[in-house]
Design a protein around this ligand. Structure first.
Ligand SMILES: [Mg+2]
Length: 372
């Protein structure tokens, strides 16, 4: 149990016993240690089920219980998204029982915030999330002209006549004459809903003349001519684990459909910029966030960090961490199981039963190696 075995003093007594006095001032502390946790399948199972060991781990690391001389930095990296970062952070803080700071949560689209600064004064199409959540995400990232698929349907219902706007949707659409509006980018913010509608609108923009709906660019199907609209995707997970017993299709599956239809209609490979795990841009951004957190809690933010990624998905969490040079801990509480001797598609540093066992292993490992 964490309560007894996870005290640093207790760990010292079981790992480097006799080498140092068990006094608070001289207790070895794993000073380079930092954690990155996936959420679904690691801290939670389904939308509402928080694992009790996750609460214990995060309280311990944050130093809330006074059992650590200083907090051990950690953040949560999820391929989920579709709501503004601040709202997700507040909800997770309540659920997990720790107050997460602004530097401790990376949703699949959080790194896009800095990337899309170039579009802040330009019209963009944003897709994903319930209602107009993706518009609110875009606005929270400083984008001044974000439009959503429902705005386009309200302008010309014929552009996609398979679904009709609900009364609720009619209440939040922003009327505009889109024959006069040149879009610069299409941003997919996870949690896509109406795939037929959204694929159609994105394909329209990719083949458009200067990003205007209802136009088609001459040479739109030529590989040597690039288009006028950049496609930016977050979350490449083809499957994810909800409360349903069988994995469900995620935004990565949406992208596969988009790639296949683009190829089929133009003969070309889909051009896009990808964020989320396992892509480097997300890990670079996360390490920057860990350093910002260290600074925030009064610790040296420039020193070497030994980051341990704890995840349940070999394809995203483990592959990304390995590629970025982090340690990786694969847990058995999510999509990965090895009951019948299955081997993970990407080999982690270690496989542990759950997040608590993983964190305990990492602390012992750092102390054993003398990374103080
Ligand atoms: Mg997961």
């Amino acid at each position: 149990m964490l309560r007894s075995a996870w005290s640093v003093r207790r760990l010292v007594s079981t790992t480097v016993a006799g080498k140092r006095a068990l006094h608070a001032k001289t207790t070895p502390f794993p000073d380079k240690l930092a954690f990155a946790f996936d959420i679904d399948g690691v801290l939670k199972q389904g939308h509402h089920n928080v694992l009790p060991q996750a609460k214990r781990v995060l309280r311990f690391l944050s130093g809330a219980e006074g059992r650590l001389p200083k907090p051990i930095p950690f953040l949560l990296i999820t391929n989920g998204g579709g709501i503004p970062d601040e709202e997700r952070r507040a909800a997770l803080s309540r659920e997990l029982g720790v107050e997460l700071t602004e530097n401790q949560l990376v949703q699949s689209h959080t790194p896009i915030k800095e990337y899309v600064d170039k579009y802040k004064d330009k019209p963009v199409l944003v897709v994903g999330g319930k209602g107009e959540n993706c518009r609110r995400v875009a606005e929270s990232y400083g984008l001044k002209h974000p439009y959503i698929p429902q705005d386009i349907i309200a302008w010309k219902p014929d552009i996609w006549d398979r679904t009709e706007l609900t009364e609720e949707e009619k209440s939040f659409v922003r009327p505009a004459d889109f024959s006069q509006i040149p879009f610069s980018a299409a941003l997919v913010f996870d949690d896509t809903r109406d795939w037929g509608r959204d694929i159609t609108l994105i394909l329209d923009l990719l083949s458009s003349d200067k990003g205007v709906f209802g136009t088609r660019r001459e040479g739109h199907n030529r590989a040597d001519l690039s288009g006028d609209v950049e496609l930016v995707m977050s979350n490449a997970d083809v499957e994810w684990r909800s409360s349903w017993p069988i994995p469900r299709l995620g935004t990565g599956a949406f992208r596969l459909c988009l790639e296949a239809t683009y190829k089929s209609t133009t003969g070309l490979e889909l051009p896009y910029k990808q964020f989320g795990k396992p892509f480097k841009a997300t890990y670079e951004f996360s390490e920057l966030m860990l350093r910002r957190y260290l600074k925030q809690v009064g610790r040296n933010s420039n020193k070497e960090l030994n980051v341990y990624m704890v995840g349940d998905n070999p394809l995203s969490d483990i592959d990304g961490a390995n590629r970025f040079g982090w340690n990786s801990i694969l847990v058995r509480t999510g999509v990965f199981h090895d009951k019948h001797g299955e081997k993970p598609s990407h080999k982690p540093t270690v496989i542990c039963d759950d997040v608590e066992k993983g964190v305990e292993w990492a602390i012992q490992e750092e102390l054993r190696k003398g990374n103080l």
